[in-house]
Design a protein around this ligand. Structure first.
Ligand code: NAP
Length: 416
């Protein structure tokens, strides 16, 4: 690098010693670019003190060529740090989500290998992942991190079939299951004491995380990480992958995750699936609200039913949430029908204006057809006579008018 180039590079390069140091550096960089050293600014950090020593007496002319050295050192250190963040990650379960993660990991510079029940050579090759059908071969590649991305329902079986003895002793096991207490217990129970365990749940999928991951949540629980520096570093390096993608890092116990996820994620999937079953379709007059319902259906329908079932079966809190959802639906429906009943009863007992046309078609009877009214009369009499008694509906009406409203009540009650 010639002197002119270095001078330019020194002036442009930011310092990465934290924001305050960075700001201080801006002024010193400006000073260097004009090649005049201003001592008051340069004396503020150890790095700057180093520059003062190198650049001669305060107020003297600075030679940018000399100043480049620490930046070279810094670049080297940065490179070394980046190298430390690179991991050999072995993915077990190379389905939709495993492949989704693998793609990003490769892009981030990690070495990724994978194994799966059914062969996925082509998909793996396309994204620069080495694929192994034989789990023995996979383990003998000695990945530093084994990432479990198999279905919730198959985890126990898959883990049981993995020849863990072929891995290095202190391998880090990470799971990405959408439920957390279950894998935590299973991994603690099944894996040898010497392996590390990190439970994670990326709270997004191939649809919601199609573009940037900025602001998307990553829950994690360092369930069992050995105390020595290297094992801590490896765990941090793995988490740094998500952090560098812009995820919100949420450290939380697996138990707490399941409590919260039941009333957030599980409910989202349930409502999405219910609406999906209704086969809703876009119309020319869609509201924003309806469009967001359609996108909820899209976001949830692409996940396998097995995954959804896993959210229910393997989270102890899901049944209660499902019950609450059902109860809430019943309450809302009952409130609607109560309002309808109240209105019709007003008409039955107090003969208020005839606005049956306001009722839903299914509950409406033809007000003009005397025969229909007559046919409904017995049930009307039963309904009206009971509460009315001697001063009730029977006194006021001839039966025909009340019969007109009795049918809607019956129909509404039956449908409730
Ligand atoms: P999934 O249906 O939950 O899992 C599919 C994977 O499990 C495939 O690799 C599949 O292998 C494997 N598998 C299923 N049954 C198996 C069995 N009996 N024996 C061996 N392997 C079996 O779909 P996914 O979306 O890829 O999810 C994978 C994991 O990521 C799940 O634990 C899920 O909870 C978690 N996760 C998913 C999302 C998401 O948005 N999709 C987000 C966060 C976390 P084959 O290819 O051979 O069928």
């Amino acid at each position: 690098m010639n002197a002119a180039c270095r001078a330019h590079w020194v002036a442009a390069a930011p310092l990465r010693h934290g924001p305050a140091a960075g700001r201080r550096h801006d002024s010193s960089a400006a000073a260097l670019s004009s090649k005049v050293c201003r001592p008051a600014q340069l004396r503020q950090s150890s790095h700057s003190r180093y520059l003062v020593r190198r650049l001669g007496p305060p107020g003297g002319r600075a030679v940018a060529l000399d100043a480049a050295f620490p930046f070279d050192r810094e670049a080297k250190m940065k490179k070394q740090h980046t190298q430390q963040l690179k991991l050999r990650i072995g993915i077990v379960g190379f389905g939709t989500f495993g492949q989704f993660l693998a793609q990003r990991m490769v892009k981030a510079g990690h070495e990724v290998i994978a194994t799966n029940r059914s062969p996925c050579f082509e998909a793996a090759e396309a994204m620069g992942v080495r694929f192994y059908t034989d789990a023995n071969d996979f383990c003998e590649e000695h990945p530093e991190v084994v990432l479990l991305s198999t279905s919730i329902l198959s985890l126990e079986k898959v883990l049981g079939a993995l020849p863990v003895q072929r891995l290095k002793r202190s391998t880090l096991f990470v799971d990405v299951l959408s439920v957390k207490e279950f894998p935590k217990r299973l991994l603690l129970r099944e894996l040898p004491q010497e392996v590390d365990i990190l439970c994670t749940h990326p709270m997004f999928g191939p649809d919601s995380g199609k573009g940037s991951w900025a602001g998307l949540n990553l829950q994690f629980d360092r369930v069992r990480i050995g105390q020595d520096e290297e094992r801590q570093r490896r765990c941090d390096a793995f988490l740094a992958f998500y952090e560098r993608e812009g995820c919100e890092m949420v450290e939380m116990s697996c138990e707490q995750h399941d409590q919260l996820a039941a009333s957030t994620q599980f409910i989202t999937h349930t409502v999405g699936r219910m609406l999906g079953a209704m086969q809703l379709a876009p119309t020319p007059i869609d509201t924003k609200g309806f469009q967001s319902l359609l996108s909820l259906v899209d976001n949830t329908a692409n996940d396998s039913f097995e995954l959804y079932y896993g959210l229910f079966m393997y989270n102890q809190n899901s049944t209660e949430v499902l019950d609450r959802l059902e109860k809430a639906f019943d309450e809302v429906k009952a409130r609607l029908l109560r309002q309808l009943h109240d209105k019709v009863r007003q008409q039955i007992f107090y003969g208020q204006s005839d606005d049956t046309q306001m009722l839903p078609a299914a509950n409406r009877i033809s007000a003009s057809t005397e025969d229909t009214a007559q046919a409904a009369a017995p049930s009307a009499a039963t309904t009206a006579d009971k509460p009315g008694g001697s001063n009730g509906a029977g006194k006021r009406g001839s039966g025909t008018k009340h019969a007109k409203h009795a049918a809607p009540v019956k129909s509404a009650v039956e449908s409730a």
